[in-house]
Design a protein around this ligand. Structure first.
Ligand code: JFZ
Length: 422
């Protein structure tokens, strides 16, 4: 079915880029470390706007190469890019006519969104735009800045019509085709304004998706909580935004990065449950990708290179009755193939069990290898329980995630917990 969610449903894996003035302090202000989320430093440390604004005069990321980002994203196996055109601090990373508070007034003086849009266009990458519609700590009427402005005097509508709405319009009219508007933290933004914002997006670009954080179910799909994965598989599109460390913006101090194995396992789990993973990098003040982020993403990219068939082209897998002690699974509903992701490799006799699969299994092999694996599929009448045992090779092919391809005779049918009479 060709609908506007099609590209998103197929994409599975995207790059999130959180980049703005906050990359300069990188979580440290006047010698003090800000608590988590370096992009929140202004609010978390109640930095007066007049002080925070001094960063504008310092921002000169001459190391930024849009083509490098887009090419790396492709190499990493990612299919779309979400870029923070304006985060909560209110600073626009593009040439806006609506406000003076933008990249055009820095020593750098070049439109970042334009450069990314051009590179994405040339490289065949889908560009999506993050825009903080509710919070804006620069505008006197935006939400969130209670230390420079008196909340009693704030008129949110004024901010909405003066800044948010016209800026979203600029972003959707000046940069060619935008895949998605990624809104965030709607909090208690009134329904009528959220609706007006959604209508504006649809008017400017009817095919542009809107993520769930516009609020009130006005988006095209559900956005999970940050770094969260739902318990059950979902038929409808959804997305999980994740970071590699604990911050979205660049951090001088947070070096606790996830291992590639953890990223791969998150990706597999999310995709198996019918979702997309949008994974973040926070470029530094010079415009460079932190080296460790690049290393991790390259390793994930290499795994995808070998095992992409188990991710791309798949859809939500059925919910099986038990948690899988050996790993996770993904499913292709067109080819009736289950991909078992063995992440905790079994010891002797190297056997894994999938309980509750009713569909007949035709062939099983490790992805990329011809050798068929021995299986035993059975049904125990008295316990009403279907079982599929698979004997794996003695030598573990990948300690991170060995993909076992299970070709079924028809579409995968799983027993549902509660129907079996245990
Ligand atoms: C928001 C932002 O505040 C943050 O800076 C970053 O941009 C992130 C992607 O989104 O933070 C959130 C939003 C929602 C949840 C948690 C953090 N949530 O629903 O759990």
């Amino acid at each position: 079915m060709a609908d506007k969610l099609q590209w998103f449903r197929e994409a599975k894996y995207g790059l999130f880029i959180h980049w703005g003035l906050y990359a300069i302090p990188g979580g440290i202000w006047e010698g003090k470390s800000a608590p988590h989320g370096t992009e929140w430093i202004m609010k978390n440390m109640k930095i007066p706007l007049a002080h925070y604004k001094k960063l504008v005069g310092q921002f000169n990321p001459e190391g930024f190469d849009p083509y490098f980002y887009v090419r790396q994203a492709k190499k990493w196996g990612m299919k779309y890019i979400v870029f923070t055109a304006k985060h909560h601090d209110g600073f626009a990373m593009y040439d806006t006519k609506v406000s003076e508070y933008s990249i055009m007034h820095t020593p750098y003086g070049k439109d970042i969104v334009r450069q990314l849009a051009d590179a994405c266009e040339a490289e065949g990458m889908t560009l999506c735009i993050y825009y903080s519609q509710m919070q804006d700590w620069e505008h006197p009427d935006g939400n969130g800045n209670t230390w420079d402005y008196d909340p009693q005097k704030q008129d949110f509508k004024r901010y909405f019509y003066q800044k948010a709405l016209p800026q979203v319009r600029e972003l959707l009219t000046n940069y060619g085709k935008i895949g998605m508007m990624w809104f965030d933290t709607p909090y208690d933004m009134p329904l009528d304004l959220c609706r007006e914002l959604a209508d504006e997006v649809r008017k400017c670009q009817p095919d542009c998706l809107i993520n769930g954080r516009i609020g009130y179910g006005l988006g095209d799909f559900r956005e999970a909580a940050d770094n969260a994965i739902p318990v059950l598989s979902q038929e409808e599109c959804w997305e999980s935004p994740m970071t590699l460390n604990s911050s979205w913006g660049y951090s001088h101090t947070d070096h606790r990065f996830k291992e590639p194995a953890e990223v791969i396992r998150n990706l597999v789990r999310i995709v198996g449950k019918g979702g997309n993973l949008v994974l973040n990098v926070g470029p530094d003040a010079f415009g460079r990708i932190p080296p460790r982020s690049n290393e991790i993403l390259c390793e994930v990219g290499e795994w995808l290179e070998q095992n992409g068939e188990s991710i791309f082209g798949t859809s939500a897998a059925p919910n099986f009755p038990y948690l899988l002690p050996w790993g996770d699974l993904t499913y292709n509903d067109r080819s009736n193939t289950l991909y078992l992701h063995v992440q905790n490799y079994p010891s002797f006799p190297y056997r894994i069990l999938l309980t509750g699969l009713k569909t007949k299994t035709l062939a099983v092999n490790v992805l990329g290898e011809q050798e068929p694996l021995r299986i035993s599929q059975s049904y125990e009448i008295a316990r009403d329980e279907h079982r599929l045992y698979i004997l794996l090779p003695e030598q573990c092919p990948s300690a991170v995630d060995t993909v076992v391809k299970v070709q079924l005779a028809g579409s995968a049918e799983a027993q549902v917990i509660g129907t079996a009479k245990w």
